[in-house]
Design a protein. Structure first.
Length: 518
């Protein structure tokens, strides 16, 4: 993927020095756990301030205090130099502080327009003015280049990327002075990411302060003019962009030097036994004759621009889509992926795109989530064997290094990285032969990413066949033995060895034949 335009260069970054928001000696405790400790922090008007740190570093608690979700346990919050105490996000929004949370706040059964203006809908004669609400929604959607989104559409019928853009529209409609983006680009298509870049450049030029939280260093480098690193609840350091190298920043984030990000690959052999064969797979207008293979012990990547059928392919292989045509073989035997249950029994697993809505029951405990697909293995007749279940849970937590006070805490209390580990762990307990991964490191910090990369390679070395879709080209190059690039619903190129470069992936993604991808 080509490097994004550096919009920060378009603004006179030294023109604005006024701190809109300040934290002074702020701490936040949850029982005996310290989430933030003596934090001093400020952000200035007309700047984009990057907040960096591993999952669990205190970033989420920081933005929840800034946006009125949580009060500080100690210290104080100042806006325009005056102490404030917010009891709700709506109070913070009245002061112009608006947050786009990683966990979407949209109500699925309401329309796009109703969600955008749910706090302050336009009224006429005391009643909500639906026509005015729709027109206002159209204007804000046009502003963020989402003219394709129908204001009357139900949010549940939108893709994850479109839902994220509606969340952004909802925030922009409040005319923020401080806009906080918590992994707001992690679920977006590349086109929408570019739109967000342009929007932030516009807001910066209008003297808005933006706080940008992302684990994608390329985005941070393109957008932010100042950075702050948090670790273990403490504000470690703030500095201007360019003052520290990426390696130095990572060292501040994790408190140690990091080894090579990607584990070494196994030598690829054409003689690898085939675990998964897909031939002529069709589904509606998304899959148009997909052919690919994945060998035992091999990691095959799915590349290409967003929306070329990669996600539909994974869903089709796991029996989620109905009306799929074509042939699928598992270990040389014909298999019909008619349902997720059938795929599970055939030793196939899928780690889905959105862990919060598709992979987890957030209100249930870690233990319950880990056991959900695997109750039969820990039961004796109609009763669960508690000793066996406890061993399975303990093994899963240890294997994935899930950080939690207890297996009994709700999974929604975990950091994003640990939630993703729970999703992966619950399927690995079934010992699947074929593992389908849909963007498994989206919204995860650099340290946890490295753990997951190592886990994926260890699984491949143990003979598992892995099909990995990622929106990060560097991840495809670093993790995969081969990459099958999709365009318009079918595989147009297969890259491996020295051919596997970012330039080759981009060229194949655009269906451009060059010497490198030929």
């Amino acid at each position: 993927m080509a490097a994004p335009h550096d919009f920060s260069k378009d603004c006179d970054l030294m023109s604005y020095t006024t701190d809109i928001v300040q934290l002074e000696k702020v701490s936040r405790y949850f029982g005996g756990v310290t989430a933030l400790k003596d934090v001093d922090f400020s952000c200035s008007a007309g700047s984009v301030h990057g907040i960096l740190g591993e999952n669990g570093a205190g970033k989420s608690t920081l933005i929840k205090i800034l946006s009125g979700v949580l009060p500080p346990s100690e210290g104080r919050l100042l806006v325009d130099g005056k102490p404030v105490q917010y009891s709700s996000p709506s109070e913070a929004a009245e002061d112009g502080i608006v947050c786009i949370f990683q966990e979407l706040s949209l109500i699925p059964d309401l329309s796009v327009a109703e969600n955008i203006f749910i706090d302050q809908p336009p009224r006429k004669f005391g009643l909500i003015d639906g026509s005015a609400q729709r027109r206002m929604a159209e204007r804000v959607l046009t502003r963020i280049k989402c003219e394709d989104v129908d204001p009357d559409a139900r949010v549940r019928d939108l893709s994850l990327s479109r839902r994220q853009m509606v969340e952004i529209a909802k925030a922009i409609s409040k005319d923020p002075r401080v806009l906080i983006l918590d992994e707001a680009t992690s679920a977006l298509t590349s086109r929408d990411v570019e739109t967000v870049y342009e929007l932030l450049a516009e807001l910066t030029a209008n003297n808005v302060a933006s706080l940008f939280i992302s684990h994608r260093m390329q985005e941070v480098d393109a957008l932010c003019d100042r950075l702050s690193v948090f670790r273990n609840g403490s504000h470690i350091q703030s500095f201007d962009k360019g003052d520290l190298s990426e390696t130095e920043i990572v060292r501040l984030m994790i408190g140690r030097d990091i080894d090579a990000q990607y584990p070494p690959k196994s030598p690829y052999s054409k003689a690898t036994d085939t675990a998964l064969t897909v031939s002529g797979l069709h589904w509606e207008n998304s899959l148009k004759g997909v052919d690919l293979t994945v060998g035992k012990g091999e990691i095959v990547g799915l590349g290409g621009l967003d929306g070329q059928g990669q996600k539909e392919l994974l869903l089709a292989l796991f029996g989620v889509l109905k009306g799929v045509q074509g042939e699928v073989d598992l270990n040389g035997v014909a298999f019909a992926p008619t349902s997720p249950a059938a795929c599970k029994h055939a030793a196939m697993a899928l780690v889905p795109e959105d862990r919060k809505t598709e992979g987890l029951m957030l209100s249930l405990s870690i233990a319950d989530n880990l056991l959900l697909p695997n109750y039969a293995a820990v039961s004796r007749g109609t009763l669960i064997d508690s000793n066996l279940a406890d061993r399975e849970i303990a093994d899963a937590i240890a294997k994935l290094q899930i950080k939690a006070a207890s297996p009994d805490v709700p999974v929604e209390t975990l950091s994003g990285g640990n939630q993703q580990k729970v999703v992966i762990a619950k399927w690995l307990a079934l010992n699947p032969d074929v593992i389908l991964l849909n963007d498994p490191t989206r919204g995860i910090d650099v340290g946890t990413k490295q753990e997951i990369y190592t886990l994926i390679r260890d699984l491949a070395n143990a003979g598992k066949a892995i099909l990995l879709y990622s929106t990060d080209y560097a991840e495809l190059i670093g993790c995969c033995d081969r990459v099958s690039v999709m365009y318009d619903g079918h595989v147009v190129s297969e890259l491996q060895g020295e051919q596997l470069t970012e330039q080759a992936i981009v060229a194949a993604s655009l269906n451009i034949q060059t010497e490198e991808v030929a």
